[in-house]
Design a protein around this ligand. Structure first.
Ligand code: GDD
Ligand code: MG
Length: 319
């Protein structure tokens, strides 16, 4: 059975100040960390052994996920003292896996409903070196552009181009043959996107695309984070209140908002299209629209907040 590595060590710069104390993958979407959604997705594909490749704020993951038994999984932690880049992180994390099985790599900031079992199946059927999940986006400039030929083989890997040659992009979920991982140099900063993939393609390695355009989102910006949460909440209702939250019956909560555990919402408060994380206090008659209120933050009585990130020390409007 395949095993997995989650890349969760990036700085999450575009999400500051939310990522000052919380690594990007631990920010919550529909009430639980992004990483937890990814564990569920991996588990659904039959994966039970996972290494979290951590660096920035690595200490935040362990108390939450522990040994993984709560999720019926075996979770281990690789810690990079200094970030090793995506390729270096994969090589470092693979030291904790003793396997001849396919290794699934997930970018830690992507929510995807694609069929991972089928991606693994195709990878193994092709006896491929690497198989990349590819999807289409309207504007490919912020992504890795990945053209494929008529057999589905990757013909180039072009990370973040000003004039994209295709709108088919790297969706951040790879299946690696473990042999290929051992060719990445140890304890060295390596980018899988800028070095490993282009080198593999140039050397004629069997790099395949698995093209599927199921629900897919990179949650690397505040707007994307809000959209992800709203999309998931709206699948089952107009808002979601996590166990342990207290909501005054006169408060109005709409637009796919989520109220985190141990948060309270006062009388007459109006919350629309927003994420309220755990342990927040929303005062009476406060109005919060299209905003992210981070763990433990307080919004006082009558305060109006629109398109902003709120932490317990600052409020920053979302560009
Ligand atoms: N452990 C570790 N160490 N993880 C890292 C490091 C590192 O040094 N650097 C980045 N990561 C993790 C990030 O935490 C994130 O989960 C993932 O690797 C990708 O990094 P991002 O910084 O989010 O990259 P991006 O969004 O600009 O581009 C990547 O994702 C796109 C799809 O969302 C690339 O893989 C693109 O090719 C791709 O299209
Ligand atoms: Mg990203």
């Amino acid at each position: 059975m395949a095993v997995a590595i989650l890349l969760v060590g990036g700085f999450g710069t575009r999400l500051m100040p939310l990522t000052k104390n919380t690594p990007k993958p631990m920010l919550t979407v529909a009430g639980v960390p992004v990483t937890e959604h990814q564990l569920a997705m991996a588990k659904a594909a039959g994966i039970t052994e996972i290494v979290l490749a951590t660096s920035y704020l690595s200490e935040v993951f362990i108390p939450y996920f522990g040994d993984g038994s709560k999720w019926g999984m075996k979770i281990k932690y690789a810690v990079e003292k200094e970030p090793l880049g995506t390729g270096g992180a994969i090589r470092n994390a693979a030291k904790l896996l003793d396997t001849n099985e396919s290794v699934v790599i997930l970018n830690g900031d992507v929510l995807s409903s694609h069929n991972l079992s089928e991606q693994i199946r195709q990878h193994e059927a092709h006896d491929a070196d690497v198989t990349l999940h590819l999807t289409q986006v309207a504007d490919a400039r912020a992504f890795g552009c990945v053209p494929t030929d008529s057999d589905g083989r990757v013909s180039a890997f072009l990370e973040k181009m000003e004039n994209p040659v295709t709108n088919q992009i790297n969706a951040g979920c790879y299946v690696f043959n473990p042999r290929v991982i051992s060719t990445i140099p140890l304890d060295t900063v390596v980018s899988v996107e800028r070095e490993t993939f282009p080198e593999l393609v140039d050397s004629g390695a069997k790099v395949f695309g698995y093209v599927e355009s199921a629900y897919w989102l990179d949650i690397g910006t505040p707007r994307a984070l809000l959209k992800a949460s709203i999309d998931i909440v709206k699948r089952s209702g107009d808002f979601l209140a996590m166990p342990g939250s207290t909501i005054d019956p006169t408060a109005v909560i709409t637009g796919g908002s989520c109220i985190g555990p141990d948060s309270s919402v006062g009388a007459g408060a109006v919350i629309d299209g927003s994420i309220i994380e755990a342990g927040c206090v929303i005062g009476p008659n406060a109005t919060i629209t299209d905003s992210f209120v981070a763990t433990g933050a307080e919004v006082k009585n009558n305060v109006k907040i629109t398109s902003s990130c709120v932490t317990n020390s600052e409020i920053l409007s979302i560009p």
